[in-house]
Each structure stands twice: as C-alpha cells, then as structure tokens.
Write a protein of this length. Structure first.
Length: 525
C-alpha cells in the first residue's frame, strides 16, 4: 500500500510538471515498502529493492534534491503518515493482513448465524455448544477454507470458539452487570414498567376516539331529524274549523290564549314524531358528552404517565462485569451481540460452554431456556442453587414475552405461551424455595469477596472500610445491597474531641441579639 501511494503521488507530480516524466514510472509488482523507506525519509535505498526499483528510488531522490517545490511537498506534513496502519488513529484499522483475518473471522460468524437461522425455521430453538455448531458447519467448504487459512497463521487459534466467546453476552443481568450496573439496570426496569403502562393507556385512546366520533355523528343525525320535524309543522297548512253557531243559555268558557315565545312567535304545537325526535336528540347528546369525557380522561392520564417517566443515566464501563460486554452493548445497553452465553450452565457430562443465538425473539429465548432448565433439573438432577439462575433468566424474559407475544398460542394445546411460562416460573419458585420478587436480584458472588474469603481476608484491600458489612455470597434478597454510609452527625460529634468554650461562646453569657425593625433615635445618635 505504501508503494502504490508513492506511485500515485509521483504520477501527480509529473502531470503538473513538478517532476521529470521518468519519476512517474511504477514499482515492480508486489513491492513492499515501509513508511520509513520512502525517498524523502531515507538517505539510502532499501537493500531488498530490485535493480529497477532501486534505480527508480534514486531517480525520485535526485528529483527531490533538485527541486524546491518537491522539497516542500515531500515532507511528513504533506505526505500520508500511515498511522492508521498501526491502529494509532483508528483501532478498527490495521494492516491489510490483519483486516483480512478480521474479515475471515466475521465471515465464519456469518456462516454460523446462517446455520442457526435455518435451524430455527424448522424446529424449536435449543441451546448448543461450539462442537454442535462445528458439526453442522463441516458440510460447508467455505468454513473449512476460512478456518484453514486462519489456523495456518496461528496454529493455536480456534476461530469458531473465539468468535463465540467474543461475540456473546450472558443471558442474565446478574452475569452481565457489576453491583453499580445492577442498580442502574433496576432503574431502567422501572422506566420500562412505566412505558408499558403508558403503552396500555395509549392503546385505549384510538377506540375511545372512534366511540366519540360515532356518538358525535349520532348526535348530528338526531339534531337534523328534530330540525326536519319542526320544519314539517311550520310549513303545514292547518285548516281552521268553522265556528259553531251560538247556543242559547250560558256561554261556554273560552280557552286561554297561547303564550308567545321569546321572539314573539306563537308556540309550535308538537307532534308525536317531534317529541320522539327531541328525546332521541337528548339521549344522543348525553352519549356524546359521556364519550367526550372518557376520551379527555384517557388522554390526560396518558400525558401524566408520560411525564412521570424519568430519563435514566447511561451505563459506564465499570457497570459491566467485562469490558467485552460494554463493547457490545455500549452506554445505552443496546444488544449488538451475535450470540448468547449461559455461564455455569454447562452439562456435567460435557463441560463445553453453552450458547444461544441472539437472533431469537424473546419467546424463542424463553423456550430454549425453559428446555435447558428442565433438562438440567430432571435428567441431571441439579440442585436448587444451580437452577435458580436459569429460573431468574425466565423471570427476566417474562415481561417481554407478555408484551410482544401475549396472544401467541401453542399449536397443539392452544394454550397461550405467556400463561404457560407464568405457571412454570411459579411452580419453579415453589420447588426451589424462592419468591418471584427475589429472582430479579440474583447475582453470582463477587470475585473479590470470594478471593478474600479463601485467603482469610489477609489480602483484603486497605482502602475498604473495615466496618463495612459485606454482602452475602448469593445475593438473593429483595432488599438493596448494604453500602458504605457516612456516620451520622450525632456519632461524629460524639467521637470528635471537645474543645474548651471561650467566654464569647459561653452559654451563660450569650452574645447580644440584633434588634429587629427600625432603630430608635437614641440608637441613631
């Protein structure tokens, strides 16, 4: 790459007539040059050059010495420094051979994912080991070509196992995060719970809005019917009957004249059809008002819930138990890994690590983990202490299965998967002697505490407060971890040495208090 870049530079110099045409010649094929072996940076040509390349190198060096313009251009300030080739500017860039090796490893991971994707389409997802995956990749000649090339460069390397370990993140929060990371993860879980409540309230708004629109349309139709009935009465031609002949004797009492309306028009005589239309209009308006109130209450509740959702802080590298986990997840804990690891879940008969595919959805992950849980429990007879992490993983997946796969059912039994998973978790908690509230707080014992316990705490760090209460090895409690707290102010004052009080601070002779309000004339004088 350095030699090719040099040819490009000198071809440009020749085009702009800054150098003789002879300097625009090209090196021989497959010539390797280091940045320090370029003509402007070395006084003598490299020893490995062929005669033609050596002559070209001397020609370019002579052109630099004879031209002030080339002396200005052929300096480190205007030449490519090739720092990225040694991963100084960008850690992702390396030499060409290193980039080819990285591409080969990525291609092996792609082939492994293709196998897992095809397997997932035909059967229920199951966990696997590196040996199981390699057995399925043996039929692919591309895998053998890539693996043989990588092993030829490093015989002690196992590309598939290295990629599984490097591109995997544990299935359980207790294995992923440090104590500070678990506290931050708990705050994120609270935010997710509030978001689920907000999603439920938001999902109810469209139905309420449709109900309000239907009620409004019904009220408009009822009002139009009332107007039509009134128009019929107003435009009707009522014929007045002839007055009857006067009778002899006492005159009959005439009915009272109708009271005119506010606008001076005589009141309208209501027909049965108008009365029915007005009753229908009143019922429609009441239904419209009720629908409006329900919609406004739902929208107000949704806005209040949204305002209650806080913005959690981002993760730091120290929040993860491994720097590799932070590399794959980042500050927002976004899953970018290819595989899932199941620490301490290997079989007693086969100690190889167990993995899963990160391309599974939450339901598929729960089914694979549930199958692993019952296999270790029934066929290998694991104790409760070893089964609790697997059950905690199911509890961690349960809210997501309920949110995204709540309506999916088993093809044979018709039972909802979320109901079956809930029953399995409840039964497992009863059998293992734990509660569901304790499962999310499970974490493996701290490595530092484990080392200190083995050494009798003789090598315990000196900067740790000796009065600190150490957390239990198995953090299976719903209470938060005991942290170092400052002593209370009262205890600090009791431990502090007492100093003699001066006369100005003596309680028997307190200082004069300042007078409030405006000063008197005597005080002003």
């Amino acid at each position: 790459m350095v030699a090719i870049q040099e040819d490009l530079d000198w071809a440009v110099y020749a085009l702009f007539e800054l150098a003789p045409p002879a300097t625009a010649a090209r090196w021989t094929d497959a010539l390797e040059l280091t940045p320090e072996q370029r003509p402007f940076d070395s006084s003598v040509p490299p020893e490995h050059l062929r005669p033609a390349d050596r002559a070209l190198w001397l020609t370019r060096a002579a052109a630099i010495a004879a031209s002030k313009e080339l002396q200005l251009l052929e300096t480190p300030a205007y030449k490519r420094r090739w720092w990225s080739a040694r991963a100084v500017l960008d850690p992702k860039n390396g030499t060409f051979t290193e980039r080819v090796a990285d591409a080969a490893v990525e291609q092996i991971a792609d082939l492994a994912e293709d196998v897992l994707r095809a397997r997932c389409a035909h059967q229920v997802p199951t966990v696997f080991t590196a040996r199981d995956l390699e057995r399925e990749l043996d039929a692919d000649p591309r895998y053998h070509a890539l693996r043989d090339w990588l092993v030829s460069r490093d015989p002690a390397r196992d590309p598939l196992r290295d990629q599984l370990e490097r591109e995997s993140v544990p299935f359980l929060a207790g294995y992923r995060y440090s104590p500070s990371g678990r506290d931050r993860h708990n705050r994120w879980r609270e935010v997710w719970d509030l978001q689920r409540i907000a999603d439920v309230s938001e999902a109810a708004i469209p139905a309420l809005r449709e109900a309000f629109e239907r009620a409004a349309a019904a009220a408009r139709d009822a009002t139009a019917l009332v107007i039509a009935e009134r128009s019929k009465l107003e435009n009707a031609d009522f014929k007045l009957a002839a007055d009857p002949p006067p009778r002899r004797g006492r005159a009959r009492k005439q009915p009272a004249a109708p009271v005119p309306t506010s606008d001076g028009t005589p009141p309208l005589k209501k027909s049965p059809a108008l009365l029915a239309a007005e009753a229908r209009e009143a019922a429609a308006l009441a239904a419209q008002n009720t629908a409006r109130v329900d919609l406004e209450l739902a929208e107000s509740h949704h806005r209040k819930v949204r305002k209650l959702i806080p913005v959690p802080s981002k993760y730091e590298p120290g929040d993860f138990r491994s720097a590799n986990y932070f590399r794959l997840r980042g500050k927002l804990d976004v899953p970018r890994e290819r595989f899932i690891s199941y620490p301490e879940a290997a079989s007693d008969t086969d100690p190889a690590p167990v993995y899963g595919w990160a391309g599974w959805n939450h339901l598929q992950r729960a089914l694979a983990l549930l199958q692993l849980y019952y296999h270790r429990k029934l066929e290998e007879g694991w104790t409760a202490e070893r089964l609790i992490p697997l059950l905690a993983g199911l509890e961690e997946l349960y809210p997501w299965v309920k949110q995204w796969h709540g309506d999916e059912r088993h093809a044979d039994t018709g039972e909802r998967y979320v109901d079956a998973l809930d029953a399995h978790i409840t039964t497992g908690c009863t059998e293992l002697g734990v509660t569901r509230a304790q499962l999310p707080n499970w974490a493996p014992p701290d490595l530092r505490q484990r080392r200190a316990a083995r050494s009798g705490r003789a090598d315990a760090p000196t900067h740790v407060n000796p009065s600190r209460q150490h957390a239990p090895d198995n953090v299976m409690t719903s209470e938060p971890a005991v942290l170092n707290k400052r002593r209370s102010r009262k205890a600090a004052l009791e431990d502090a040495p007492t100093a003699p009080l001066t006369s100005s601070l003596n309680p028997t002779n307190p200082p004069p208090k300042k007078r409030r309000g405006r000063p008197s004339k005597s005080e002003v004088r």
